[in-house]
Design a protein around this ligand. Structure first.
Ligand SMILES: [Ca+2]
Ligand SMILES: [Ca+2]
Length: 258
């Protein structure tokens, strides 16, 4: 057991040493440096998403990744787009109502209400397209080759949680769901497939998830964005371990010769 532990320790050390010395990796045209402190931080300032009014409504959206590790030239001659969907609102819980909150100044009625959203289910897909055609449409966001597919990690309960200040009409008691002032969202995702699956499937985040996604949305969210953070490796973990195995065999054969 002690030997196994030290072997594992050596593999982890070798793996991280390998990552630290690695050049930027290129997976189907998408390049990034897995050894950067952020490893893989994808950001987009444009995305479309559906509006949730009631429990049972489904959240979906799509868009184009604008930068990876703050580099907008991460996909030369190609584009990385995404879609998400199937996030079913399991609860929509109204809270505080205010006309003095700074967000209320941006409401058409002068009033806002705080709403907590929780979701169940869902999926996310990333597509790399070598004939870039993104025009904000769903079709142009979901063509090309599947780069990464993900499903929610439900270690913290819901598949997605969000909180938003939304315009409120106190005269009629109506929540104006299409007038979102300021919102944030959080989800943890597990990689399930796609060309970059092996680079992401490291269980590096809370609850053993592979990625953490945060979003800001609404008229006061500047910028409106979607950010995904993940720890990645330059090559699929299984290949890296195979490589280590070959290194080990090399060491063994050298020892035999001596
Ligand atoms: Ca496209
Ligand atoms: Ca995983």
């Amino acid at each position: 057991m002690k030997k196994l532990t030290s072997l594992l320790g050596a593999s982890v050390f070798a793996l991280s040493a390998f990552a630290a010395s690695a050049a930027p990796v290129n997976i189907n045209g998408v390049t990034w440096d897995p050894s950067s402190p952020l490893s893989f931080a994808a950001d987009t300032d444009f995305f479309t998403q559906s509006i949730i009014n009631n429990p049972g409504d489904t959240l979906s959206g799509w868009g184009k990744i604008g930068s990876v590790n703050a580099n907008s030239g991460f996909c030369s001659g190609c584009e990385l787009t995404f879609e998400f969907g199937g996030f079913n609102a399991s609860s929509v819980s109204p809270g505080v109502i205010s006309n003095t909150n700074p967000d209320s100044l941006f409401s058409s009625t002068g009033w806002v209400i705080n709403i907590d959203f929780q979701f169940a289910g869902g999926f996310a897909n990333f597509w790399v397209d070598n004939t870039p055609d993104f025009d904000t449409s769903f079709a142009s966001s979901t063509n090309g080759d599947l780069w990464l597919s993900m499903t929610p990690n439900t270690g913290f309960g819901p598949s997605l949680t969000a909180n938003a200040w939304i315009a409120y009409d106190p005269d009629t008691g109506t929540i104006l769901f299409d007038e979102i002032i300021n919102g944030t969202g959080l989800a943890f995702l597990d990689a399930t497939g796609g060309a970059a699956f092996g680079n992401f499937d490291l269980d590096s985040q809370l609850f053993g998830a592979d990625a953490r996604v945060t979003s800001r949305f609404g008229v006061r969210a500047t910028p409106e964005n979607l950010t995904m953070n993940a720890v990645t490796v330059p090559e699929p973990a299984s290949l890296a371990i195979l490589g280590l195995g070959l290194l080990g065999m090399g060491a063994l054969s050298r020892r035999r010769k001596a």
